[in-house]
Design a protein around this ligand. Sequence first.
Ligand code: HEM
Length: 154
Amino acid sequence: MIEQSKLDTTQQARPAKRPAGPITRTLRVLYIIAAWLFALGVLIQTYLAGMGIFVNASWLKEHSGLGWSLAELSILSLILLFPCRFPRKIILLHLLLILDIIFQVGLVSFFHGFNLPLLTALHPMNAVLLFVIATLLAYNTLIWTRSTRRKAGA
Ligand code: HEM
């Protein structure tokens, strides 16, 4: 009797997952596109930094502009993240990405003001980490979305 009532409470606490409707599926596709574009943006950032160092320092202005835009994109895409009903792993990866891009921008803006060059020098190294996180996020989101589609089709 007690076991049965326990089971009932658990079932009430965790309702059965609703299948994704066409709006959720479209938002997921948009999110995946944004996630891959973000990873590509990070790659382009490293190239623009190279242009600034080896071609002309004025390219660093483009680098800075794209860097701030990518930081904004990572925060704005939170609007897509929640209605997409992704699993916790993807939500955590997205939050980690936001933290890391804030750190990345902070290294050359906020922390730079404290005159700590050894810390600022982490900027290119953290770019590699940012690329890894961005690629993992885009890849995992793509694989998870494909697997849910396959299950729905089965
Ligand atoms: C190999 C990789 C990278 C190198 C060598 C590099 C180098 C630099 C340098 C030298 C500056 C200073 C520019 C100046 O003084 O005008 C800078 C600024 C900046 N970088 Fe990078 N960067 C790299 C990757 C990235 C990535 C991946 C992002 C973000 C996605 C990023 C975002 C920024 C931003 C937003 C600024 C300007 C900060 C401000 O407004 O003060 N960088 N970077």
